[in-house]
Structure formats: structure tokens, C-alpha cells
Design a protein around this ligand. Structure first.
Ligand code: BES
Ligand code: MN
Ligand code: ZN
Length: 538
């Protein structure tokens, strides 16, 4: 991964391949159309204060996602200036949005693939900005080339593997001796390293990333980070009565697994359980998906990848909260041993489910994992899943839907997602949709009304959450896998959607045990802070 340093160096003496600056669309009455953002003063000065005009001549506007390259002025030790758009200039007393900085840093890092060193001279107000820029760089520099001719001939591997990521990024305006700045970088490194690992797992082809292989990856990580790990294989699942996971995995030669990954902290007062859908490939099963709907279905384990990454990140950050991750891993394939439409499964909770459509498999594996998580009586359970095409139709490809059995908790999750720059939207669980899943044969069917299919899936999951447990469901089917071109710090392919929200959630849950402030999240799962004033943690 790209190496990060905080640097007090300044242009023009700085040595690097490129210096990255921010530009914005001017909003003040007197400014022109484009303004050079704070942090780039020395660069602007070297252009005699005319940098904004030069960039406008080149066609730059300051729009988000825009990137303009120009040769550095005479006397600079860095040959290239890269101007990235930050969107609208903040009005009067406001400052640049952390997400605008994160995206701009990502755009630049992506464009600088192959470079040895780049200096980032973006606007820095506080340590939060440094953290956002660091995240943007580390996420934007991501590339997945493990399968690009990595055969026996290293010379061809080198030649064909493209340029490789930016090797080093120096963040200017960062304070190398400031604890908050250093902490922000350390947090960004831990979270983005794990997030990028989740992306690797999502991008890995399904012939290699089987449930067994995923479980093995979790075992290795657990060892490295001192986590407790338990893996139930198909035999153990059968002994335990996990009918949902076994039913879905029954059609594949690659047998299913349930992985439990536990991070515990001696100062923890709360226990957060995270449950991830881990369908390593979703063919649809006997209700086979048509061509055109199955090419990207290796991404159907993105929820489990997000949960895995979040638990490891929580451990690396030493958060004062217990976090248990449950990875429900199976491959959904048609075969003579596959579950059929019409079969009834006896789930881990004891409920029976009539399988009407074998392509509605995510809810079946999640049901068993939700029940297993519930038996430990955690303070809250959050599941993450690429669950329904309906959610993609509803919210598009960049926003995940959030459903919950507690309105305050749902609000808190949407807020936490917003804080870290993940677009999400609250969705309801309308009671009237429940009866569409009534089955003449079993306790419930795995399908209901087609309209509102994402909400129907949420209502199904709710049936498998233990009584009295606060629960939320994130349907990341839209944002988990980017089929279009890269944007901001988001690459094509696996995105790592959900990871940053889950980590923030774990931080807020931990904060509720150590601070007096009361975030909506903490309020919704901590009775004792309801009396204090309601202030959001920064
Ligand atoms: N994995 C899919 C959902 C999905 C769709 C994820 C698009 C990512 C992108 C899920 O298992 C599925 O097939 N859901 C069905 C449910 C239906 C049969 C009730 C769907 O949404 O069509
Ligand atoms: Mn499916
Ligand atoms: Zn699926």
C-alpha cells in the first residue's frame, strides 16, 4: 500500500513527482469562477498569483472529480502540478467538507499510479481533514492485479501488471508531532488497509474464493490480530441444525461455513454483533439467474467481507467495545443436491421456511447467523448484505438502504454513515408486507410481494432476531460493486461498502462507555446516557 508521511516541507524546495492542490468553484461575489484552495498558496505565488486564471484557461472549473495537470513553475523541484476539483467553495465561515477532500485525494492518487512520490497540498483545517485526505489517498491508490499474468514468468508479470499504485504520499499541512494528526493517519491506515483487503476478497474470482478459502483467510487474520475464531464446516453445521446455511450451500461442491470472529476488549461495556452475507457466488440456484445477471455475482459476499474488515479494524484500533463478526458463507449453485423451490428448511432458530425461490438465498443464510448472534444477547446486531435487486432499483448504485427494528438506531446508523462519507438512506419495514410471506406449508416463505422487495427481505430477517435485541439491516446491493468507471476514491469492482460505517458504529458504541456525550446511536442502545445533553461526538 502507499506509504504516508506527514510533512512540513513546502514548495518550491520540495522533491516529488507531483504536487497535488485543490481548486474549487468560486462562490464569493468577488472571486472568479475558479478559486485555488488553501494549502496551495506557495504554488499560486510561484505563478505570480495567477494560478486560478491559468487553470481556467486550461478549462478547469473546480468541479468535483475534475483533474487538471500542468507543468510546475520555474524553480520548482517537483515537475508536475495536479489540480483536483473540490466542488463549490465553502461559504463564508464554513470549511471544506471532509468527503470532498477524501474524494479529491482519491482522484489524484488514482491518476498518479506509477509515481514514486506525490505531495498533497490540499486544505487542512483540523486532524479530521488529515484523516480524510489520508483515507482518500489510500483508497484511491487501490488496484487489484493479483490475476494479471502473475504466472511463472516474472518479467512478463512486471511488464503486464500496469504501473502499480503511487508509492509514497507526503501530506503537507499535517503536523508530524501533533498527536491528533498522527492518530488520524494511524486510524486511516488501519481502516483503509482492512477495507482494501475486503475489496481484494470481493474481486477475487469465485473459483478461488470458496467458503472454505474465505474461512481460511479469516483464521489467518485472527491469528495475526489476536482474535478468537471459530469455523463451523458443513458437518458441524449439520450437527448444529443450521438448515438455512446448509440448504443454500447444498448445491455446491464447495461446502458452506459459518465463521465467528470475536474481538474482545477488557474495558468494553457493550457488545456489538455484526452479521455478513457471504455468498461466494450467487448463480440463483435452481431458480437460475439469466445471463446478464450473474457475471458480477462473485460480489455477493461483500457483506461478509465488510464485517470481516470491520472486526479486524476494531481490533487494530483497540476500540473499547466487544465486536463479534458472523460470516455466513455458502455458494448458491444448481445441482442434484441443491435446494428446490418447494422445499422446506428447518432453520437454526427452529422456524421452518418454504423456499419458493432459491435465488432469495441471502436471507436464508443470514437467518441462521442472526439467530446464532442473538443467542449471545449482544447490545445490538447489524447485518450487512447484497440482499436485493429491489434496493438497487430504489436507491441506485451508490446508496445503501438501512432498515431496523428501532427508529433511533436506524437514524444513528444513517448519521454514522454520513459522518464517514458513505451515502445511505433510511427505509421502512411496513407491517402489511409481512403477510405476503405467509406459507400454507411452513412458518414463513422466503419470498413475498414483488413490490417493495427490499423491505420484504428486511421483514423476513426481522423474524430471526432474538426478542428485545436492537437490530439493523444494511442492504448494500447497489454500492457493493462498482460496474461503472472509477470515481473519487472508489475503484471499479469491489468497493468495500459498509466497512467505514461499521467501524464508526463500533467507535460510537465504545465512546458511549467512556464519554459523557450522547450520540443518537449511544442513546438508542445505552439506557444510562438518556439523561445527558444530546451532543454529537466530533
Ligand atoms: N444477490 C442477489 C441480490 C443482488 C442483486 C445483489 C443485484 C447485487 C446486485 C440476491 O440473492 C437475489 O438474487 N435477490 C433476488 C430476490 C428475489 C428472488 C426475491 C432479487 O433481488 O431479485
Ligand atoms: Mn440470489
Ligand atoms: Zn444473493
Amino acid at each position: 500500500m502507499t506509504a504516508l508521511t506527514l510533512s512540513t516541507a513546502a514548495a518550491p524546495g520540495l522533491r516529488a513527482d507531483a504536487i497535488v492542490i485543490g481548486v474549487a468553484k468560486g462562490t464569493a461575489p468577488k472571486s472568479g469562477n475558479l478559486v485555488v484552495a488553501p494549502g496551495a498558496e506557495a504554488v499560486d505565488k510561484a505563478y505570480d498569483g495567477k494560478l486560478a486564471g491559468v487553470l481556467e484557461t486550461l478549462g478547469a472549473s473546480g468541479a468535483e472529480g475534475e483533474l487538471t495537470k500542468l507543468p510546475a513553475p520555474a524553480g520548482f523541484k517537483t515537475p508536475l502540478v495536479v489540480a483536483v476539483g473540490l466542488g463549490a467553495e465553502p461559504v463564508k465561515d464554513a470549511w471544506y467538507d471532509a468527503e470532498a477532500l477524501r474524494r479529491a485525494a482519491g482522484v489524484a492518487a488514482r491518476a498518479l499510479g506509477g509515481a514514486k512520490k506525490a505531495a498533497f497540498a490540499l486544505p487542512v483545517g483540523d486532524s479530521g481533514d488529515i484523516g480524510a485526505i489520508a483515507e482518500g489517498v489510500l483508497l484511491g491508490a487501490y488496484s487489484f492485479d493479483a490475476y494479471k499474468d502473475n504466472g511463472k514468468d516474472d518479467r512478463s508479470a512486471k511488464a503486464k501488471n500496469g504501473k502499480g499504485p503511487l508509492a509514497e504520499a507526503a501530506l503537507l499541512g499535517g503536523k508530524p508531532r501533533d498527536a491528533a494528526h498522527k492518530g488520524a493517519v494511524a486510524r486511516a491506515v488501519a481502516v483503509t488497509e482492512e477495507l482494501n483487503r475486503a475489496r481484494d476478497l470481493i474481486n477475487m474470482p469465485p473459483n478461488d474464493l470458496t467458503p472454505q478459502a474465505f474461512a481460511q483467510v479469516a483464521q489467518t487474520a485472527a491469528k495475526e490480530h489476536g482474535l478468537k475464531v471459530q469455523v463451523l464446516d458443513d458437518k458441524a453445521l449439520a450437527r448444529g441444525g443450521y438448515g438455512g446455511i446448509l440448504g443454500v450451500g447444498g448445491g455446491s461442491a464447495a461446502t458452506p461455513r459459518l465463521v465467528k470472529l470475536s474481538y474482545t476488549n477488557s474495558k468494553a461495556k457493550k457488545h456489538l454483533a455484526l452479521v455478513g452475507k457471504g455468498i461466494t457466488y450467487d448463480s440463483g440456484g435452481i431458480s437460475l439467474k439469466p445471463a446478464g445477471h450473474n457475471e458480477t455475482m462473485k460480489c455477493d459476499m461483500s457483506g461478509a467481507a465488510a464485517v470481516f474488515a470491520a472486526v479486524v479494524a476494531a481490533a487494530r484500533l483497540g476500540l473499547e467495545v466487544n465486536v463479534t463478526g458472523w460470516l455466513a458463507l455458502a455458494e448458491n449453485m444448481p445441482s442434484g443436491t441443491a435446494v428446490r423451490p418447494g422445499d422446506v428448511l428447518r432453520m437454526y432458530s427452529g422456524k421452518t421456511v418454504e423456499v419458493l425461490n432459491t435465488d432469495a438465498e441471502g436471507r436464508l443464510v443470514l437467518a441462521d447467523a442472526l439467530w446464532a448472534a442473538s443467542l449471545e444477547k449482544p447490545d445490538a446486531i447489524v447485518d450487512v448484505a447484497t440482499l436485493t435487486g429491489a434496493m438497487v432499483l430504489a436507491l441506485g448504485s451508490r446508496t445503501f438502504g438501512v432498515m431496523a427494528n428501532d427508529d433511533a438506531f436506524r437514524t444513528a446508523i444513517v448519521e454514522a454513515a454520513d459522518e464517514v462519507g458513505e451515502p445511505s438512506w433510511p427505509m421502512p419495514l411496513p407491517e402489511h408486507l409481512r403477510k405476503g410471506m405467509d406459507s400454507p406449508t411452513a412458518d414463513i416463505a422466503n419470498m413475498g410481494e414483488r413490490m417493495g422487495g427490499g423491505l420484504v427481505a428486511g421483514l423476513f430477517l426481522r423474524e430471526f432476531v432474538g426478542d428485545g435485541i436492537t437490530w439493523a439491516h444494511l442492504d448494500i446491493a447497489g454500492p457493493a460493486f462498482n460496474e461503472q468507471g472509477p470515481f473519487g476514491y472508489t475503484p471499479k469492482g469491489g468497493t468495500g461498502s459498509g466497512v467505514r460505517t461499521l467501524v464508526r458504529l463500533a467507535e460510537l458504541t465504545a465512546a458511549g462507555t467512556t464519554r459523557t456525550g450522547c450520540h443518537a446511536l449511544v442513546a438508542s442502545i445505552s439506557r444510562y446516557c438518556s439523561g445527558s445533553s444530546s451532543s454529537r461526538f466530533s
